[in-house]
Design a protein around this ligand. Structure first.
Ligand code: ZN
Length: 173
């Protein structure tokens, strides 16, 4: 990524959001710059998490901050899960659509940090949901993919409108 390139958020309908990312073989300065840039974008738009595909990058990188501290994650994966919870979730890539998603109530995540050191994070409640949401992005899964059949009906029109808007924006570039 050229240093001065401003990251822009991809929205539903762009194929990068539906693809699985590749693992990062070694954490480089470029990854560190990217993670910082992603955190900056996340704070600017007042999000609580951002995954690399959301800025068009197909590598296993994500940032998370629910107000309790910033996590910069490289190759994160969930190694254990417990319990169930469901929360109404929003997504910067699916603006205007909220989806109630059933997820694990607590998760243990293993990841590398921005220096390539192993991290182990135990998360529960909102933080657990955000981890699962961001890791879903790395597998090409969006909240709308996790919605129930009934919920899909509720936001179907809005989703079609969003995808059309994405398509039009792509045609213009
Ligand atoms: Zn999201």
């Amino acid at each position: 990524m050229p240093e001065k390139t401003k990251l822009s958020i991809k929205t539903v309908g762009e194929s990068v959001l539906a693809r699985k990312v590749r693992e990062v073989p070694a954490v480089t300065d470029e990854h560190r710059r990217l993670l910082s840039a992603m955190a900056q974008v996340m704070y600017e738009v007042k999000g609580v998490g951002l995954a690399a595909p959301q800025v068009g990058i197909e590598e296993s990188l994500a940032v998370i901050d629910i107000g309790t501290g910033l996590y910069k994650l490289v190759n994160p994966r969930i190694v254990s899960r417990r319990g169930r919870q469901s929360m109404e979730e929003g997504c910067l890539s699916v603006p205007g659509i909220g989806v109630r998603v059933r997820r694990s109530r607590s998760v243990v995540v293993e990841s590398l940090d921005e220096n390539g050191k192993p991290l182990r994070i135990e998360a529960e409640g909102l933080l657990a949901t955000v981890f699962q949401h961001e890791l879903d992005h790395l597998n090409g899964t969006l909240i709308v993919d996790r919605a129930s059949v009934i919920e899909r009906l509720r936001f179907k029109k809005a989703l079609v409108a969003l995808k059309n808007r994405t398509r039009t924006a792509q045609d213009q570039t």
